[in-house]
Design a protein around this ligand. Sequence first.
Ligand SMILES: C[S@@+](CC[C@H](N)C(=O)[O-])C[C@H]1O[C@@H](n2cnc3c(N)ncnc32)[C@H](O)[C@@H]1O
Length: 192
Amino acid sequence: MPSTQRLWFRLTTTGLSLAAILTVAGCAKNADYPPWWWTPNSRVEAMLDLAEVTAEDVVYDLGSGDGRIVIAAATEYGARGVGIEINPELVAMSEQRAREAQVADRVQFVSADFWHADISEATVVTLYLFEETNEKLKPILIEQLDPDARVLTYRYKIPGWTPKKQTKGFWGTVYLYALPEGRGSKSAAPTK
Ligand SMILES: C[S@@+](CC[C@H](N)C(=O)[O-])C[C@H]1O[C@@H](n2cnc3c(N)ncnc32)[C@H](O)[C@@H]1O
């Protein structure tokens, strides 16, 4: 191969390798900001059933994607729901879906970062996030939620916490957690 051709060949292959490395690095797991994957509808139902959601509940989905969990909580169980989602396009999609499902008056989608959100009114929290994300969310859940709140996760467990119940299906397992005994700002508050 002539030397100029060899040089171009080397530059091209180096460029392609660099592009491949950057692509892989860009897709690398970011536990603080997991990407959008949706919970299959059968597992959404399993989550809400496991939590025994009722019309008295306020269901928060942290990283609510296309809003399906919160919308199902409202349409199927009559609950109120809030989805916190960092991607404004997914928030717009969720709002559209809520209007179509005629539950726009019972659900709200907030374009926000759940690391800085107020979730204290939630009686049920759903999470389809990485295990590392769930681990980092533990202090927020303990600090903000009522001690009797239920926390549901899909596929990924909350490290160090033992699920009260779980249900396995073709599309993966759903876990139900109670907050650790005696924890939570309200239960742990000193009595006078
Ligand atoms: C795996 S998806 C789950 C979507 C939905 N909960 C479901 O189960 O179908 C995770 C979602 O969390 C959102 N997300 C990631 N990090 C976030 C953050 N820090 N604050 C708010 N939303 C976040 C992503 O944009 C994505 O839509």
